[in-house]
Design a protein around this ligand. Structure first.
Ligand code: BGC
Length: 280
C-alpha cells in the first residue's frame, strides 16, 4: 500500500469501528451491498452476506471478508418472503450468537411510464424495497430487544441502516414504484426510530445518489450518458460503492451513536437542486 493512498485512509478510518459486532447485509452479492459487507468486515464485524441470486458472487464477497480475519457466510433468502427472512435471522443468531447491525440494502428497479406500469412491476418493487426492509427490521429488532445493550460491544442495543435513495425526496418520472418505495423507506425508518429509540435501538437511513453499480449502468456506461448524469451532480463525479459503504460503517458504529432517525444523503450534492445553480 502506498503511504497516504485512498486505501490506507479508508483502512485507517474504518479500522475496527465495529469490532466484534455481527452484521447482516441484504443484497450483499453486488453493488452497494457488496461494498458495505466488505467494509463492515474490514472494520471488524462478522458478516452474513445475503443474496437472492448470484451465489458465486456472494461466495467471493465471503472470501474477501474472511481475509480480514473475521467470520462470514453467504445466506440465500428473498427479503420479501416472510418465512425466509425469519429463517435467515434465526440462523444468524444460531451461528453468530446474535445480530448487532442490520443493513437493509436489497433493492431493485422495474422502470416504466406510470400508465404502462403493470401491477406486477409496482408490487415487486414495493415488496422488495419496502416490505423487505420492514421484515428484516422486525426480525432484527426481536433479537436486539431480547439481548439488550452489551456495553463492551456497543452503546446501542442494535443498529438498523436502511438503504434509501435521493428518491426518498426527489420525484422521479418513469420510476413511480421505486420513488414511492424509497419515500416509504424514509417514513418507515423515522417511525421505527421513534418507536425503538427508548429501547436503545438506533434506526437511520443512508440515501445514495448516483452510484456506479449495475442498477443504473445505462446512466453512466457511455461518455454521453455520464456527462448527462454529471449535470445532476454538483460535485461532478459519479459515486462509487465505497462512498456509501464508508457512510454505512460510520452510521452503524458508536462514532455516530447520537444519530437517531436521520437520513444521511451521500450524493455529491444531487439533492441541492442543481438546476437552480444557474436559474431561478
Ligand atoms: C437509483 C439509480 C439512480 C440514482 C440517482 C438511485 O436510487 O437506483 O438508478 O441513478 O438513484 O437518480
Amino acid at each position: 500500500m502506498v503511504a497516504g493512498s485512498t486505501d490506507e485512509v479508508r483502512g485507517a478510518m474504518s479500522a475496527r469501528l465495529v469490532a466484534g459486532q455481527k452484521a447482516l447485509v441484504t443484497g450483499a452479492n453486488s453493488g452497494i451491498g457488496r461494498a458495505t459487507a466488505i467494509a463492515l468486515g474490514r472494520a471488524g464485524a462478522d458478516v452474513v452476506v445475503n443474496y437472492v441470486a448470484g451465489e458465486d458472487e456472494a461466495e467471493q464477497v465471503v472470501a474477501e471478508i474472511k481475509g480480514f480475519g473475521v467470520r462470514a457466510y453467504a445466506h440465500q433468502a428473498d427479503v420479501s418472503d416472510e418465512a425466509q427472512v425469519v429463517g435467515m435471522v434465526a440462523r444468524m443468531v444460531e451461528e453468530f450468537g446474535t445480530i448487532d447491525i442490520l443493513v437493509a440494502n436489497a433493492g431493485l428497479q422495474r422502470d416504466a411510464p406510470s400508465v404502462e406500469m403493470t401491477l406486477a412491476q409496482w408490487q415487486k418493487v414495493i415488496d422488495v424495497n419496502l416490505t423487505g426492509q420492514f421484515l428484516c427490521a422486525r426480525e432484527a429488532v426481536k433479537e436486539f430487544v431480547r439481548r439488550g445493550v452489551v456495553p463492551e460491544v456497543s452503546r446501542s442495543a442494535g443498529k438498523i441502516v436502511c438503504m434509501s435513495s435521493v428518491h426518498q425526496i426527489v420525484p422521479w418520472a418513469g420510476h413511480v414504484n421505486y420513488a414511492s418505495s424509497k419515500g416509504g423507506v424514509g417514513m418507515m425508518m423515522e417511525t421505527l426510530a421513534q418507536e425503538l429509540a427508548p429501547q436503545g435501538i438506533r434506526v437511520n437511513a443512508v440515501a445514495p445518489g448516483a452510484i456506479r453499480t449495475p442498477i443504473n449502468r445505462s446512466a453512466w456506461d457511455t461518455p454521453e450518458a455520464e456527462s448527462d448524469l454529471l449535470r445532476l451532480i454538483p460535485y461532478r463525479r459519479v459515486g462509487e460503492p465505497e462512498d456509501i459503504a464508508n457512510a454505512v460503517v460510520a452510521v452503524a458504529s458508536d462514532l455516530l451513536d447520537y444519530v437517531v432517525g436521520a437520513t444521511l444523503y451521500v450524493d455529491g450534492g444531487m439533492t441541492l437542486f442543481p438546476g437552480f445553480a444557474t436559474g431561478g
